[in-house]
Design a protein around this ligand. Structure first.
Ligand SMILES: C[S@@+](CC[C@H](N)C(=O)[O-])C[C@H]1O[C@@H](n2cnc3c(N)ncnc32)[C@H](O)[C@@H]1O
Length: 258
């Protein structure tokens, strides 16, 4: 039984409640088809049999777009939650590209591929799990000469965030930084050149709106002051914060070349 198909409300762990809140969603973080395709153009289309690694692929909405944007590519999709990989493989089979896709259930902090295995590493809304600075340094060895890493990462849009925004990020991901700092981290990691753009607020709403629908439904199903409600309250706080302060932070989509 997977975490998001419980037998009854009472036997759900906080982790299972968390996964249930995301049940039925495609993308699991801020992003959109248009931003993924804009990042594809930023990296540059090449009519070559690229070897692509998608780290923290989730349900693989962007994985499938990559597979279709580079029709001669082979794609390896990594996530540490097997049910997401199964959803991705089912969809790839339906869309006729499963023969070019391999899924690997593994942690992104122990990617077990030889040096130079990939021409392109992709990671949307996921590198924060290992930390941006660590991720771009550790994954660099996996790139073949001339290869690129493209990833989205939380960034400040203002010099001084509102106190409640600052407190949230300090607790959740203190590594969030201004773009200028992240560009210096990319250079310090030894990448030859880089490019970036900022995700529009619409990419966050496209993520939060279906999550809000799930949370609203689930709040009515769980008693107040229960561990499940604590999980839902935490997610609600995150949504409320963005809706009130969407000009203060976003994700930057970076491309960097070795
Ligand atoms: C915010 S979601 C983004 C998923 C997808 N890229 C998207 O944009 O829809 C982050 C993903 O990272 C995965 N993840 C979290 N920690 C991980 C780890 N240590 N190793 C591999 N994947 C991890 C989660 O299971 C989840 O699918």
């Amino acid at each position: 039984m997977s975490a998001n198909t419980p037998t009854s409300r009472d036997d759900l762990s906080p982790e299972a409640v968390f996964f249930q809140a995301f049940h039925g969603m495609g993308r699991l973080g801020p992003g959109s088809e248009s931003s993924t395709l804009r990042a594809v153009e930023m990296v540059g289309r090449r009519d070559e049999p690229l070897r692509i690694l998608d780290v923290g692929c989730g349900n693989g909405v962007q994985t499938l777009l990559l597979t279709e944007a580079w029709p001669r590519a082979t794609v390896t999709a990594v996530d540490n939650y097997q049910p997401f990989l199964e959803t991705l493989m089912q969809e790839a089979t339906r869309r006729g590209c499963a023969d070019r896709l391999t899924t690997v259930c593994s942690s992104m902090d122990a990617l077990d591929f030889p040096d130079g295995s990939f021409d392109l590493i992709w990671s949307e809304g996921a590198i924060y799990n290992i930390g941006f600075e660590r991720g771009i340094r550790e994954w660099k060895r996996l790139l073949a000469p001339g290869g690129a890493l493209a990833c989205s990462e939380a960034c400040w849009l203002v010099d001084a965030a509102s106190p409640d925004v600052a407190a949230f990020w300090h607790a959740e991901y203190p590594q969030i930084a201004p773009v200028a700092v992240q560009l210096k981290q990319i250079e310090a990691a030894g990448y030859r050149r880089h490019d970036h753009f900022i995700l529009p607020a619409a990419d966050w709403h496209a993520y939060y709106d279906p999550l809000q629908t799930n949370i609203t439904r689930m709040r009515a199903e769980y008693p107040a002051h229960s561990p499940a409600r604590d999980v839902l309250d935490t997610l609600q706080h995150e949504i409320n914060l963005f809706r009130a302060h969407e000009t203060e932070y976003s994700y930057a989509f970076y491309a960097m070349w070795v």
